[in-house]
Write a new protein. Structure first.
Ligand code: EPU
Length: 339
């Protein structure tokens, strides 16, 4: 049986570095431990929260129940052919370590997703994405424990209902399943995706004409490192807000009033706006409010300069949301889970 600790700080388990406490804290290393835990008094006594890398969460208060740290580990090839390789990864693996493992093995598909903080299990929850690739593009299936029946269910790509930073696990099935593993469909021969402007620029800068997956990964790491603050140095959870989608008619009106507005047309006909641009135009970029602020190099990232509370960061987020709405009539919503 796992050992459950009482009244523990979560400061080192969330990348915002917020010093909240959990009434109970436990680590799980296996499916059996997890099944045992779900029957425990501490689990049943109230609120429970599953934590991967803690890189997409804003704690605005102490957790009155149980926090479960996912330490399920293991990476295994389950099937392969001349072109494909299927890799099953335990959900507690660190995402970037998995990416590096793929690159070392020559498995292509996740190189654009290098250096994203967090765990493998958190990936499908919000369909992580960067530099023109989303997790759904390399997803095959996942296994998750039904927390009521204690049966393991297999979810196909369709079952997961992936969208932009969305999946069924953030909506209908929220809190009902614990993802235990994710199986990826990777490629033995890379089809590189360098169309995202900054990647090609970075490769040109290095004089690389025929890039390998390692070159693309290194380019992504270099870009991320210049634009995004390292959570080990400055507390943050990556993009705080999602990029909002607007109808093309509204986009045309906005474009007429703000010719520099940044928007990406979507297949649906709608346009996705760069929230970072909207926030910057409202004067928030680099602004410090108390112990937190909007980052100087990427306005979409809110940072804890030290000693901030989650409530303080959330109040800042609401002020930003309000001013974007007042200036542009566009609603921006958090990508981060606010607890
Ligand atoms: N921009 C500004 N001002 C800013 C920030 C951005 O004008 O302060 C403009 C940029 O100049 C650019 C556009 O907004 O024209 C988009 O910026 P960027 O390429 O940095 O990407 P993003 O849309 O802000 C998204 C993801 C990131 C991901 C990058 C790269 C979301 C919410 N965020 O950011 O993901 O790394 O694209 O693909 O979709 C995350 O989810 O935590 C995350 C970091």
């Amino acid at each position: 049986m796992v050992s459950i600790l009482h009244n523990q700080s979560l400061k080192s388990f969330n990348t915002f570095g917020l010093d909240v406490s959990a009434r109970y804290l436990v680590e799980v290393h296996s499916l059996d431990e997890l099944k045992g835990l779900v029957k425990s008094e501490e689990y049943l006594s109230g609120q429970h929260l599953f934590l991967g890398g803690g890189s997409n969460v804003l704690f605005t208060q102490d957790v009155k129940g149980l926090v479960v740290r996912n330490l399920l580990k293991g990476i295994a090839v389950v099937n392969q052919s001349a072109d494909d390789v299927y890799v099953k990864v335990a959900s507690g693996e660190v995402w970037h370590e998995f990416v590096l493992n793929c690159i070392a093995n020559g498995w292509a598909g996740v190189e654009n997703l290098s250096l994203i903080p967090g765990s493998v299990g958190a990936g499908p929850m919000q369909n992580i994405g960067a530099y023109g690739v989303e997790l759904k593009d390399v997803f095959y299936e996942l296994e998750a424990l039904d927390l009521e029946s204690l049966e393991v269910k297999v979810f196909s790509k369709e079952d997961c209902k992936f969208g932009y930073r969305e999946s069924v696990f953030k909506h209908e099935l929220k809190g009902k399943y614990f993802i235990t593993s994710v199986t990826f469909n990777l490629q033995q021969h890379a089809t590189l995706n360098t169309s995202y402007g900054a990647i090609q620029q970075q490769l040109n800068l290095k004089g690389i004409a025929a890039p390998s997956i390692k070159d693309v990964s290194d380019a992504v790491i270099a870009i991320r490192s210049t634009k995004l603050p390292n959570p080990n140095v400055l507390g943050n959870a990556g993009s705080f807000f999602k990029n909002p989608e607007v109808e093309s008619t509204l986009f045309s009106e906005l474009k007429a009033a703000h010719p520099d507005i940044v928007g990406y047309p979507l297949e649906s006909g709608n346009v996705k706006l760069a929230a970072g641009w909207l926030i910057e135009q409202c004067g928030w970029k680099g602004k410090i409010v108390g112990n937190c602020g909007s980052h100087k190099d990427q306005a979409l990232v809110l940072v804890n300069y030290g000693g901030a509370t989650g409530a303080e960061v959330y109040a800042l987020a609401l002020s930003i949301k309000k001013s974007v709405f007042e200036k542009f009539g566009v609603e921006i919503n958090p990508e981060v889970n606010v607890i």
